[in-house]
Structures are given as C-alpha cells and as structure tokens.
Ligand binder design. Structure first.
Ligand code: PSU
Ligand code: MN
Length: 297
C-alpha cells in the first residue's frame, strides 16, 4: 500500500537520512495558505540539514511517502480531507479518500517504510477532562509500537501534560528534553516537569542501541519553542481555558476537538499562536534532521 516519491525512493536505496512529516497539521492544524507555506518550508529546512523529507498522506488508495508540490496543495485546499488516525486508515484507503495522517498514522506509515525519524508540532495525548470523556489520543498507543524517534515541542498545551507523561511511561515511550531539563510547554518554553536532557548525537546513539533491542516503542525528543516566538504561559492558559469552555458549550468532542481548539486559540491570540506553531514546527524539523544526520554518520 506504500507509494514512495522518487526522492524518498532514492534516499531509501542509498541509505540517506530521512525525516517523516505528518499531514494533519497541514489540513486540520493550520489555515490556508500558511499551511502550504509551512509544509514547504519544513521540507526545505530538512534538506538544508542534509536529510530527505518524507511528508506522508493518503491519496487514491495509497499511503504516499513523500509528496509533490501539487499533492501538498491538494491536501491544504481540497474539501473533505479526512483527519486519519490509525482506526480510520483502512477505511480511507478502501474508499480512496484523501486523508491527512495524524501523528499516530504517520508514525505507523514511517515505521512500515523503515523511516526512523519524524518531526511534528505537538503530540496528541490525554485530554484535560479525561475522567468525563476518556479522550486519549491514539498518538500515544500507536507510538508504543512504532520504532521511531519523534521530535515535537512537547504535548499540545490544550492537553493534560502530567497525565500524558505518566501514560507514556506506562507505555514504555522514553521522553527526553532537547538540550533542556524542563519538559517544553508547546506554545510556551517550559513546564515545571523535569526531563532528562539530550543532544542530537545522544538521541542518534539511543536509536542505534534500540536497533539491537527487541523493543518496539518510540522515543520522544521534546524541543522547546524558540524563545522569540514563545508565548506567555499565563496568557495562553487563560485562552486555552476559554477555548475548552467554548468547546464544551458547543458539545465538540472526538476528533473535532483538537482542530477546534487550535483554531479558536489562533483567533483569540490574534494569530500569535499560529506564529508560535510555525516557529516550533521549523525548529523541530531542523532538530529531527540533525538527529537523522547524526544517526547516519
Ligand atoms: N501538532 C500541531 N498541530 C496539529 C497536530 C499536531 O502543531 O494539528 C495534530 C497531529 O496530527 C496530532 C493530532 O496527531 O493533532 C492529534 O489529534 P487527536 O487529539 O484527535 O488525536
Ligand atoms: Mn481524541
């Protein structure tokens, strides 16, 4: 079911470092045209670092590993692109729908393709009102059986970060801070939660050791948003709480909740959250590429 672009085919054949990118952030995470610009720029950054980008999406009944410019444009603009988590994958492929892959589905596809590095914005996790809705992203359970290194700016701030980290421990997903000892807060630089700090080389070494272990879990490297684009923790918390109340009032649940909250927060912050999201995405793309290149050497 996997269909590789010529660039990714060449990279796999010649054993070049490859970094996977997801597509839900394009179709459901950001507005047009910033989403297309983001997708292109993240790819460009990965190439600048000497690695090959592989943006993943579902089209015409195939799992596409590496997209053309036109395919990225299609994902960003087409009506009815399905946010595809692992449970939706077979259905979207069978119906030949256009699907954007979440962190879960991207990690699965990359793992199947033998791609070991993946950069995204923020991971899904345990939602704040978990006792009421039992809303736990399949990103977590899927990363528990994908042998991949996923770089993000932490878990999205709209979630329950401490509970998500606890659950990652249960699942056997190792969590490291990228040159930081405080777990990053996605929109803001750091939470109060301690994390072990590692460099790109150390992350690469861990992935090398993992090859020899019969363990399937992902490792998660959390990189803080660049300081110039970071938001104030108190301010963003107020806006997140408003957005959560709004979602509750409008009875928004399930797969709709994350896109709803992100777009609501963007409006309420006057676009500052989008600037932050773009900035952290580029930072993660660069770090993901640095780790992949270090792994290759
Ligand atoms: N990171 C971002 N923006 C996003 C996402 C991640 O900066 O839109 C997407 C990812 O695809 C992630 C998904 O897998 O949100 C989580 O959705 P849910 O909580 O419904 O599992
Ligand atoms: Mn959910």
């Amino acid at each position: 079911m996997l269909h590789y672009s010529p660039e990714v085919t060449d990279a796999l054949l010649h054993n070049k470092p490859i970094v996977a990118l997801e597509s839900t952030i394009i179709s459901h995470g950001m507005p047009y045209p910033e989403n297309v610009e983001m997708a292109r720029k993240a790819e460009r950054i990965i190439r600048e670092e000497g690695a090959v980008p592989a943006t993943i999406a579902l089209m015409d009944g195939k799992i596409k590993i590496g997209l053309t410019e036109e395919e990225i444009e299609r994902l960003a603009q087409e009506e009815g692109v399905v946010k595809t988590s692992t449970r939706d994958l077979a259905g979207v492929l069978a119906k030949k729908q256009t699907g954007a892959t979440t962190v879960a589905t991207t990690a699965y596809a990359a793992d199947q393709a033998g791609i070991r590095f993946f950069a995204t914005g923020g991971l899904g996790g345990i939602h704040r009102n978990v006792a009421e809705h039992l809303d736990i992203s399949a990103d977590l359970t899927t990363l528990a059986h994908c042998n991949i290194c996923v770089v993000s700016a932490g878990i999205k701030s709209i979630l329950d970060v401490p509970k998500t980290l606890e659950f990652m421990e249960t699942l056997g997903i190792a969590v490291y801070g990228f040159e930081t000892e405080r777990y990053p807060g996605f929109y803001f630089q750091e939470t109060t939660l301690p994390v072990e700090s590692i460099s790109a080389q150390e992350a690469a070494d861990i992935m090398k050791v993992k090859q020899h272990l019969n363990l399937s879990q992902a490792i998660h490297v959390a990189a803080p948003i660049p300081p110039q684009d970071a938001m104030d923790k108190g301010e963003i918390e107020t806006i997140i709480n408003q957005a959560l109340r709004e979602a509750d009032e409008q009875h928004i649940t399930g797969k709709e909740i994350t896109p709803f909250l992100l777009s609501h927060i963007k409006q309420e912050t006057g676009g500052a959250s989008l600037t932050a999201n773009l900035s952290l995405m580029y930072n993660n793309a660069r770090i993901g590429a640095k780790i992949a290149v270090a792994h290759h050497q």
